[in-house]
Structures are given as structure tokens and as C-alpha cells.
Design a protein around this ligand. Structure first.
Ligand code: SAH
Length: 442
């Protein structure tokens, strides 16, 4: 018999699904329950019953796991940003490694044991990028959208955002309240401030039009947060979920963020991608470079290169590197960044990775090693085919979605590339997301 909606059941949690929710069974039917830990006995309430899967919520923990911890975050799990404040980091890492192993076996069809997950030293306040939506709830608030909604859960002390981001956002809110500057309202399209975007020590307000009292904003932010490197406006009038609009105005200081990664200095434009976890990005790049096994004689192709962060780290170990990236501001950054670091053996192409690889192949550019770091949707089958034709000795695949990685490894296998290692790297502690580096060899 199927579990019944609104009814309570005592269940044992046997493991996790790919979202990090606990898995239990009621009369053989699978139930997903967030906020629980493997081995726990819990009282749950059924919220929804589909044909094959039911969804429940935790009512009480009857027998707690030794890995259960008290949440350090006041808005967990309401805010929907994090998944794991209820469990010891150790158990979270085990979940991530298992999850990667599962997809490598099931989706990738590979007979390969994944490496031990590389955990983060620091699981608090590790993010260098925040994009808080702004809204009204009494006064002005900012925080995160509740899961599956655009209701804002206010959050003034996010445990994974930087202290600077948390604090400067509060300064913006009090400036808005004091001067009657209205948050943008999605339903009506009225209002001014849509998001507060913070990266390192840059503050950028996403606005529909220039707010009044900008001078006062600058004065307050500079006074309260003297470390601020830049204050920007970004204009976005569209009725869209895309956060950043095209046009930027720098009100104060630097437009780009300046940061050091793996010994290189980088300027990063607000529109360019930048890894959100600085320390783990260095770890990740270190693994990618080690896997590439460069001797100094190689030509390396770095597809999806962003502002050139991996590319320039690779350049120091290779004869030549070619980076490909679709966002023009990021490519501009990448070229500047090469100069900034005195790197002369790096070249950058602005364009779609699949098309650029095809063009490079037609020009008979050979590459000994190809590095790819695509967005979550992974590589196109055409790009995998073209890489096969370019025929590098090794491919290093950096991935932020293990499922699409596994799918692509299978396609590489079919064209003669064997997956040697898959290393999960935890770039996003307390969330379900896990990064991986895979090494493939011809
Ligand atoms: N390797 C970089 C960036 C990785 S994120 C780093 O570690 O910082 C993925 C990058 O791929 C982003 O910069 C994104 O703008 C870019 N991108 C997305 N689609 C692309 C496409 N079709 N062709 C080339 N680059 C693309």
C-alpha cells in the first residue's frame, strides 16, 4: 500500500538521493526526506505521493545519528541555500564521494573507484560572491529565495557568505530605508533595487534606474567598510530571472575585483565567472595541473577558461596555452591578466567552445593536453568528437556537475579515451554540490 498524504510514519533512513535528502521506504515505496541522516529513525509526515516516489518532511528524530549536529545557521533549512547544516562535515563528505561514485558507475558505466573526496579546511563564510535579492517585508530585507518560490527569506548572517557581504548588505538596506529607496517588485515591475551583488570587496547594486542619494550610499559604505574596493551600479530593467544587466556604472573605486590565485594576480570583471571558493579553487587547480602532467613542451587547450585562471596557472608549466571563453568581458580580463603576470605564452579566443575547437582543428592546431571546465550542462557531443579528432594525449575535465561529467566520460570512452581518475573536490561545503576533476588518457 502506498504511503498516505498527511499521515505520519516511523522510518529508517537508508541513504541519500542526489539532492542530499534522506531515502526511506514505506511498504517498499521510496520516500525522500530532507534534513535527516543515514541510519536515523525518524517520524516523518508525507507531503506528496507520486507514482514511484513520495516526499516527506521530518517531524522528529527518534534515534539520532552520531553525525547529527546542531545547526549553526538560524535560517536553515528555510532559506533553501544550504542542505547540510544538520550533519557533521565528515558525513557530508561521505555523501559527496558516494554520489560521485554512483553516477560514475550508473551513468558513466565505468568500472572505476573514485578518489577520496578532497574536503575543505574551512566550511564557514567561504564564499566570495553573494547575490542577495532585495524585497519588502515590513522594512527592506535581503536574503535568499525560499525553495521553488520568489519569497525572500531574510538573512543577515549567512554562514557561508563572507562577513563583508553580510555586513555591507545591511548597510545598503539601512540606506534604502532611511531614504525611501524602494526594492524592485517582480509582480509590478516597480521599484529600484533588485539585488545586492558582492564579490570579494566589491559592492554592486542591480537597479532598474539610478537611485537617489548615491553619494550618501558611497559615504556610508566607505565609512563603515573601509576595505571596500569598488561601488557599482548595474542596470537591469528587464522582467527576467537573469540577475545582471548589460550596463555598469562605477560610482567609486575599481570596477574589477583584484585577487591572487595560485600565485597569479587576476582582475575579474563583474560579468566574468570567478570560482566562489578561493581556497578550494587553488586546491582544484592544483589537482588539474598535477593531472595534466606537463613537462614544459606541451601545447594546452583550455576550453571554458573564464578570466584565464586555470589557463595562466597551466601556462607556467607548458610551452603554449590557448584559452577559449564565450563572455567577452572575461576574455578581455584573461588577456589583461596574462600581461599583468608577465605570461607571454597564452592566447585567448572569444567564442563558443564547440565552434572554436572545430576551427582550431581545421587549422591543424595540435594540442597535447585539453582542459575543459564547462558549466553544469557539460560538453556537447560535437565538442567531444572534435576533441577526439584533435587527439590530445590527455584530457583533464573539471566539472561542477557529476551527472553530466559521467555522461560525457562515457562518450569519451567510446572514442578511445579511458578515464583514469575522478577526484571529487568539495568547493561548496554545506550544500549538495560537488566539483570533480577527471583525468582521461588516450
Ligand atoms: N575555468 C574557469 C571558468 C569555469 S566556469 C574558472 O575556473 O574560473 C565556465 C565558463 O564557461 C564560464 O566562464 C562561462 O562564461 C563559459 N562558457 C559558458 N558557455 C560557454 C560556451 N558555449 N563556450 C565557451 N565558454 C562558455
Amino acid at each position: 500500500m502506498q504511503p498516505v498524504k498527511n499521515q505520519e510514519y516511523d522510518v529508517e533512513i537508508s541513504g541519500y538521493n542526489s539532492d542530499g535528502a534522506g531515502v526511506a521506504r514505506i511498504n517498499g515505496q521510496v520516500v525522500f526526506v530532507p534534513g535527516v541522516i543515514r541510519g536515523e529513525i525518524c517520524k516523518i509526515k508525507i507531503l506528496k505521493v507520486n507514482k514511484n516516489i513520495a516526499y516527506g518532511k521530518l517531524v522528529s528524530v527518534e534515534k539520532a545519528s552520531p553525525f547529527r549536529i546542531e545547526s549553526a545557521c538560524e535560517v536553515f533549512p528555510k532559506c533553501g541555500g544550504c542542505d547540510f547544516w544538520h550533519m557533521a562535515y565528515e558525513e557530508e563528505l561521505r555523501f559527496k564521494e558516494e554520489q560521485v561514485q554512483n553516477v560514475i558507475t550508473r551513468i558513466g558505466g565505468l568500472d572505476l573507484k573514485v578518489e577520496t573526496v578532497v574536503g575543505a579546511k574551512n566550511t564557514f563564510h567561504y564564499r566570495n560572491k553573494a547575490q542577495f535579492p532585495v524585497g519588502k517585508s515590513g522594512g527592506c530585507v535581503c536574503g535568499f529565495y525560499r525553495t521553488h518560490s520568489h519569497d525572500i527569506v531574510p538573512c543577515d548572517d549567512c554562514k557561508i557568505q563572507s562577513h563583508f557581504a553580510n555586513a555591507v548588505a545591511q548597510t545598503v538596506l539601512s540606506w534604502m530605508s532611511d531614504y525611501g529607496i524602494e526594492p524592485y517588485e517582480e509582480k509590478t515591475g516597480k521599484g529600484v533595487v533588485r539585488h545586492i551583488y558582492v564579490r570579494n570587496t566589491m559592492l554592486c547594486l542591480i537597479v532598474t534606474k539610478k537611485p537617489a542619494m548615491c553619494d550618501e550610499l558611497i559615504a556610508r559604505v566607505k565609512e563603515k567598510h573601509p576595505e571596500t574596493s569598488g561601488i557599482l551600479l548595474n542596470y537591469n530593467k528587464e522582467n527576467t530571472n537573469v540577475i545582471l544587466g548589460k550596463t555598469l556604472e562605477t560610482l567609486y573605486g575599481e570596477t574589477d575585483v583584484i585577487d591572487t590565485l595560485c600565485g597569479n594576480v587576476f582582475a575579474i570583471a563583474p560579468h566574468a565567472f570567478y570560482q566562489v571558493n578561493h581556497d578550494q579553487a587553488e586546491t582544484l587547480y592544483g589537482i588539474a595541473i598535477e593531472k595534466a602532467k606537463l613537462t614544459g613542451d606541451e601545447t594546452v587547450l583550455d576550453l571554458y577558461c573564464g578570466a584565464g585562471t586555470i589557463t595562466l596557472a597551466l601556462a607556467r608549466h607548458a610551452k603554449k596555452v590557448i584559452g577559449v571563453e564565450i563572455i567577452p568581458q572575461a576574455v578581455e580580463n584573461a588577456r589583461e591578466n596574462a600581461k599583468l603576470n608577465g605570461i607571454e605564452n597564452a592566447e585567448f579566443i572569444c567564442g563558443d567552445a564547440t565552434k572554436a575547437a572545430e576551427t582550431l582543428k581545421e587549422r591543424n592546431v595540435r594540442a597535447d593536453v585539453v582542459v575543459v571546465d564547462p558549466p553544469r550542462k557539460g560538453l556537447t557531443p560535437d565538442l567531444i568528437k572534435t576533441i577526439g579528432e584533435i587527439a590530445p594525449k590527455r584530457v583533464v575535465y573539471v566539472s561542477c556537475d557529476p551527472a553530466t561529467l559521467a555522461r560525457d566520460l562515457k562518450l569519451f570512452e567510446e572514442i578511445g579515451y579511458e578515464t583514469k581518475t575522478v577526484t571529487p573536490v568539495d568547493m561548496f561545503p554545506r550544500t549538495r554540490h560537488c566539483e570533480c576533476v577527471a583525468l582521461l588518457s588516450k
